[in-house]
Design a protein around this ligand. Structure first.
Ligand code: NI
Length: 258
């Protein structure tokens, strides 16, 4: 199986003890690509360094995750813009809006989200969107931008309903599914994943968070486990795990221009 994990926080602390082991197991499980995604300036920097050290397997995304926007240094976006020029950086993010944790005022989150979208457009790189209890607000930000033509980006760890999925798909966006789709209670989300057009479907771990079934609760999650998400979505779509893996890998390679 050829797999691509489009969203992993491999820079984060739970991986400090065994990062090489994590990469080894990923290769063993058939991963040919992992996008390591930054949440702050130091984390984005670390993602770049990791990707540069393992160019055969890793690529990077740089950005300020919405829950961190009120605690960053004043020149944070300048630092992100500088990192974004590096060759290993294939996307801008993660960005987006979070209406759940409310770690940062929504106005400030929106300001940063717009800046990330602007940077992505300038560099012609896709953007990666975090959406939690913020579907309508994100639609409001993206709709005027989509008026100019299809958008290049990922709705990461997508958990919205089909109506929201359709709206993002109509804008040209890709939908990426994480471990949540494998949970017993997620029948509706599996149905959404089964209806996404084949050329817009992506899979991810969002590791170290939320391990997929049958490993739910076993921490940290890691890229090798994306195979379980692939199998689950393949079953929902009535295709073989191999073809689902190949399809989502092709989509990631094309979107990231790897
Ligand atoms: Ni993330």
């Amino acid at each position: 199986m050829k797999l691509f994990d489009t969203h992993a926080h491999l820079d984060s602390e739970p991986f400090d003890e065994d990062r090489e082991g994590v990469l080894e197991r990923a290769r063993g499980a058939g991963l040919v690509g992992i996008c390591v995604v930054g949440c702050t300036v130091p984390s984005s920097q670390k993602c770049c360094e990791l990707a540069a050290a393992h160019p055969d397997l890793l690529c990077a995304a740089v950005g300020i995750q919405p829950n961190y926007v009120s605690s960053v240094e004043p020149a944070a976006m300048e630092a992100i813009a500088a990192l974004a020029e590096r060759p290993e950086v294939v996307a801008i993010g993660e960005t987006g809006l979070d209406g759940y944790w409310q770690d940062a005022p929504m106005d400030l989150q929106r300001e940063f989200f717009e800046q990330h979208l602007e940077l992505a457009a300038q560099l012609d790189k896709p953007f990666i969107v975090h959406m939690r209890d913020s579907g309508e607000e994100i639609l409001q930000v993206l709709t005027p931008r989509a008026a100019g033509g299809p958008l290049r980006g990922i709705m990461h760890s997508f958990t919205g309903d089909w109506e929201l999925a359709e709206a993002f798909l109509a804008m040209g966006l890709h939908l990426s599914f994480a471990g949540m789709v494998t949970f017993k209670k997620s029948a509706e989300l599996r149905h959404v994943a089964s209806r996404v057009p084949a050329d817009r479907l992506l899979i991810e771990t969002d590791s170290p968070y939320l391990s997929p079934e049958p490993l739910r609760g076993k921490r940290p999650n890691e890229p090798a486990r994306v195979v379980h998400t692939a199998r689950c979505i393949a079953e929902a779509r009535g295709v073989s795990p191999e073809s689902l893996a190949e399809l989502t890998t092709e989509n990631a390679v094309r979107l990231f221009r790897r």
